[in-house]
Design a protein around this ligand. Sequence first.
Ligand code: ADP
Ligand code: MG
Length: 257
Amino acid sequence: MSKNEMVSLKNVSLKYHSLEGETHAINNISFSVNQGEFIGIVGPSGCGKTTILSLIAGLIKPTKGQVLVDNKSVEGTSTDVGYMLQQDYLFEWRTIMQNVLLGLEIHNKVNQFTKAKAEKLLEIYGLGDFKNHYPNQLSGGMRQRVALIRTLAIDPKILLLDEPFSALDYQTRLAMSDEVSTIIRKEGKTALLVTHDISEAISMSDRVIVLSKRPATIKTIHHIQLTTEKGNPISRRQAPEFREYFNAIWKELDVHV
Ligand code: ADP
Ligand code: MG
């Protein structure tokens, strides 16, 4: 095992059991993510993408196989893993600062150091002047940035992003994917991004994992190498190779309209 492996799934399968019966969500999935790597995950709707993130977050346990975070078997949730969802889940009655401190409160980790760090994150990422504002005074993009800072405030080793921009309009989504990617790389975090947007996955990721229909298996893993001067997602979209990756992944997803 490589020393800087941050996440590792080994032959992982998951079946949900409910009153309606059994749902085989993912089947025999193996992959690893290195420290500081950004992984995109795409696949047909309902194939098991969120299930993979939930396994890494320790919210559910695999039916078969092993999930490792930082070389330790995942046993329940921990502050090693931060989860960012499609909705920002900001509490309207709490100020921006109070919202950012929420994750720390839940984990009983509010102290002068963590508070100062949260404050600094708000300042670095342009929200210092808004810390005493309420969420409804912010734009959709700014709210999403607050949600990211709240996740970063617990100082996780890994960030899980489940379609975090899908509630935003196209322009904001583009700007946010650029911003979020820059922030995550600057903070040196390892990230897994689930998205139904192929371009978003290619522009943000070092590797893109393409999943099959349910039960999800890995179809392909693309190493994304783009010739661009700047590494940010918006410039990466202009790279000559971008289309080729897009077409290859589009074909693999076999989307029929
Ligand atoms: P995706 O995120 O790719 O859309 P999910 O991982 O959410 O897919 O779900 C995969 C499959 O498992 C779906 O068929 C979904 O209905 C089912 N599923 C998800 N969560 C549960 C659950 N808690 N209980 C039963 N079935 C579930
Ligand atoms: Mg999902």
